[in-house]
Design a protein around this ligand. Structure first.
Ligand SMILES: Cc1ncc(COP(=O)(O)O)c(C=O)c1O
Length: 400
């Protein structure tokens, strides 16, 4: 009998992790590698948050907790939704899990039946389609093209909805493009959803606080209160508070859904790490002052990367509203040949040749469902970014 389940045939391992692993191997072999693949801030978790975790350990808060979060963290999350988004939730409407990833997975596992569809705008975060497949559902990809600044149009959303649609997964600012929807752009989408009462929205707001210039973040339940009863608003501490390793994500939504997610978590991982939960209480309740400071730095890095990439013939790089990614198109380079003789047949060939010939690690666009592009994560030092972009410029200039 085959050892592995048939479900596994439907999914692939995370390509972003594969790129990071390949870059690490080359580095270990002595190559000069600059990694622009990782999806995490390059700075340390703020001291007040670390101190709260140390205090929790000293106080013996090291035992099992309530499955989907301690009351103190649920309170802090309710206060956050009120403060930042004008949304009223009670602790019974809140779920805390081991990262935003587990929250999204629980929600899909709790709601999807075979054949039910989830609309996912592409380019998408790599895990959405595979999570839907693991949960037995069917991903329906709706294109969000460069011409529309990588944002889903109301027409494309309307065209993707069928009687079998259960969810739209909405992500702003986006991984991998950094695109952030204005209130008007989001309202145009929620208007479509109002016409389809069987469709729910899973709003992945993980990059809420990473927003630049005059962009104002908004989320579906805030923009269209009529959607409140069919929206799961997902967020977490990983990105804004540089807490990727602590693994705390959360969501708020209708109690029935939150209860179903709790049931799944109770039979899989139980509570998220108790110490991390206390750290997250401090992240949400403590000072938020470093967020605008970090954003100044991220905006400067974004400007640097966008301008250097746009200097390249054959590359088009939009200037996104948030997150720490850009998603340049390499349409003008397809069909060319690199200095070492690799034909750039697609964006995967581009990323592979770039890594092998220059030591710069990026993730190819096909991994995110829209080609020919590549994703740059600019959550690294200015010097590394300058050097990486110069290498990309030289690599592209040598293409024939
Ligand atoms: C869009 C998006 N959603 C969710 C997550 C998951 O975050 P967490 O680290 O909290 O699981 C990520 C992480 O890369 C992400 O980019």
């Amino acid at each position: 009998m085959e050892l592995l389940s048939k479900t596994l045939d439907r999914v692939k391992p995370s390509p972003t992790i594969a790129v990071t692993t390949k870059a690490a191997e080359l580095k270990a072999a002595g190559r000069d590698i600059i990694g622009l693949g990782a999806g995490e801030p390059d700075f340390d978790t703020p001291q007040n948050i670390k101190d709260a975790a140390i205090a929790a350990i000293e106080a013996g808060k090291t035992k099992y907790t309530a499955v989907d979060g301690i009351p103190e963290l649920k309170q802090a999350i309710c206060a956050k939704f009120k403060r930042d988004n004008g949304l009223e939730y009670t602790p019974a409407q809140v779920s805390v899990g081991t990262g935003g990833k587990q929250i999204l997975y629980n929600a899909l596992m709790a709601t999807l039946n075979p054949g039910e569809e989830v609309v996912i705008p592409a380019p998408y975060w790599v895990s959405y389609p595979d999570m839907v497949l693991l949960a037995g559902g069917t991903p329906v990809i709706a294109p969000a093209t460069l011409e529309n600044d990588f944002k889903l149009t109301p027409e494309a959303l309307e065209a993707a909805i069928t009687p079998n649609t259960r969810w739209l997964i909405f992500n702003s600012p986006s991984n991998p493009t950094g695109a952030g929807y204005s209130r008007d752009e989001l309202k145009a989408l929620t208007d479509v959803l109002l016409r389809h009462p069987h469709v729910w929205v899973m709003s992945d707001d993980m990059y809420e606080h990473l927003a630049y210039d005059d962009f104002i973040f908004c989320t579906p339940a805030e923009v269209e209160p009529q959607l409140y009863d069919r929206t799961l608003t997902v967020n977490g501490v990983s990105k804004a508070y540089a807490m990727t390793g602590w693994r705390i994500g959360y969501a708020a939504g209708p109690e029935k859904l939150i209860g179903a997610m709790r049931k799944i978590q109770s039979q899989s991982t139980s509570n998220p790490c108790s110490v991390s939960q206390w750290a997250a209480v401090e992240a949400l309740n403590g000072t938020q002052d470093y967020i605008p400071e970090n954003n100044k730095m991220f905006a400067r890095r974004r400007d640097l990367v966008v301008s250097m990439l746009n200097e390249i013939d054959g590359v088009t790089c939009p200037n996104p509203e948030g997150a720490f990614y850009v998603y340049p198109s390499i349409a003008g380079l397809i069909g060319k040949t690199s200095a070492a003789g690799t034909r750039i047949v697609d964006d995967e060939a581009f990323a592979t040749a770039l890594l092998e010939e220059t030591g710069v690690a990026v993730v190819f666009g096909a991994a995110f469902g829209l080609s020919p592009n590549f994703r740059v994560s600019y959550a690294t030092s200015d010097d590394a970014l300058k050097e990486a972009c110069s290498r990309i410029q030289r690599f592209c200039a040598e293409l024939t």
